[in-house]
Design a protein around this ligand. Structure first.
Ligand code: NDP
Length: 392
């Protein structure tokens, strides 16, 4: 039924590829493309489907990417590379008239911070070309946005307050490591916190606002207020929201290491001269730290990601919690990756499936909450991310 390129074969891309490869009736042809062809070959070998093709490409190079797209003639490019490549991949899709999907919003490599502005600016161009881009189809962003669309469709007349809660209760036994790309992870966490209230964005010092919370399946953890991209699109698409905040858990050891690394300058993203060569400290740190994709075999415990929604229904106040619990070891048994890659790679596969099956269609650039949540929510359960909801 569909022909896709999965672009960027790290932790997330590997999960998307494993899951897609099992649905041959939907993902008829798959090409794995990445900066290093060895990354594609390793994933292809672990999947064991011999018809999968591989290609080496640097996604920063629009013409090289367009040539691969023209050769493979996909219906859709699934971007599981890094957020720095979002614009070049969108540009190559526009050039070749092919649909696009990603899991994280564009970040400028040299500037901290991220926003949808530059990707949303492609809307008219994609619309005029008759193609579709689906932005932020991982877990958060992704499933958390779809949880809100589901709440609005089935449980609330008006949504007023949203708290997005992301807990990783996993333990890899190492004093410090990140569960997805270290550079992206640390850039996200070391920024100022930001939340939306009464029509304006309010900032807080990095990791300064925190409180304990009892997460289903994980237990009590300290959660920290962070800025996260799904808040920007949710506020746009549900203007009734009066306040939205995002919270993530961190352990003591993680925060202590982070503090030391920041204090010694290792999280800096500006170049410093070492023996006459410019190096970026955060990239050096990434090179010496464990590869998140290799943590799967040693990670135990669960993640719990979900949304608490408060609002009005049938003339009364209402509060509900919708969440998924994902087990690191079960994820590893299924696809050879830990739960962070799993909870991102599975929704990317489902989003691609929604587009190929034409359950989600449109011309232009869209966020996931703009479509009918029902078929996606059903597929979450079917493909290993069952969700629960309860009244609070
Ligand atoms: P990894 O670093 O493990 O994988 C990224 C892969 O992208 C690498 O393997 C690398 O390939 C490839 N890549 C990097 N630069 C290029 C390039 N110029 N051209 C082609 N390929 C390139 O990251 P993750 O898998 O952890 O994360 C992938 C994406 O998912 C990120 O954008 C991240 O922000 C997002 N994410 C989203 C989440 C969500 O819930 N929405 C949660 C977690 C992650 P190679 O090995 O060939 O060098």
């Amino acid at each position: 039924m569909g022909n896709v390129i999965i672009l960027g074969l790290g932790g997330v891309g590997s999960v998307t590829a494993h899951k897609a490869a099992r649905l041959q009736n939907v993902f008829e042809r798959i090409t794995l493309a990445s900066r290093r062809v060895e990354s594609c070959d390793a994933v292809k070998k672990s999947i064991g489907r011999s018809d999968i093709e591989t290609a080496q490409v640097d996604a920063d190079d629009v013409s090289a990417l367009a040539s691969i797209i023209e050769k493979q003639k996909p219906d859709l490019v699934i971007n599981t590379a890094l957020p720095y490549q979002d614009l070049t991949i969108m540009e190559a899709c526009l050039k070749t008239g092919v649909d696009y999907l990603d899991t994280a919003n564009y970040e400028h490599p040299d500037r901290p911070g991220f926003e949808y502005k530059e990707q949303w600016a492609y809307h008219e161009k994609f619309r005029d070309k008759g193609i579709m881009a689906l932005l932020g189809c991982g877990f958060d962003p992704g499933v958390t946005n779809i949880f809100i669309a589901h709440m609005k469709k089935h449980h609330f007349d008006e949504i007023r307050y949203v708290d997005i809660l992301d807990a990783n209760g996993g333990d890899h036994g190492l004093p410090f490591a990140t569960n997805f790309n270290l550079e992206i992870n640390l850039r996200e966490i070391t920024q100022e916190g930001k939340y939306y209230e009464s029509g304006e964005w309010r900032t807080t010092a990095p990791l300064s606002v925190h409180e304990p919370f009892d997460f289903p399946g994980v237990g009590v953890r300290e959660k920290y207020l962070l800025y996260h991209e799904e808040m920007e699109s949710l506020v746009k698409h549900f203007p009734e929201i009066k306040r939205i905040r995002f919270w993530m858990t961190f352990g003591k050891s993680y925060l202590t290491h982070l503090e030391v690394l920041q204090n010694v300058g290792m999280t800096r993203i500006d170049p410093v001269k070492v023996d006459g060569t410019n190096v970026i400290p955060l990239k050096v740190l990434q090179a010496v730290m464990p590869n998140p994709a290799d943590l799967g075999a040693r990670t135990k415990g669960k993640t719990c990601i979900g949304c608490i929604v408060e609002g009005r229904s049938g003339g009364a106040d209402k509060k509900m919690y919708v969440y998924n619990i994902c087990d690191h070891e079960e994820a590893f048994r299924d696809v050879g990756s830990q739960a962070i890659s799993f909870t991102t790679g599975v929704p990317a596969m489902i989003g691609a499936k929604m587009m190929l099956e034409k359950k989600w269609r449109g011309k232009g650039v869209f966020n996931v909450e703009e479509f009918n949540p029902d078929p996606f929510m059903a597929d979450l359960t079917e493909f290993g991310l069952p969700w629960e909801e309860k009244l609070l």
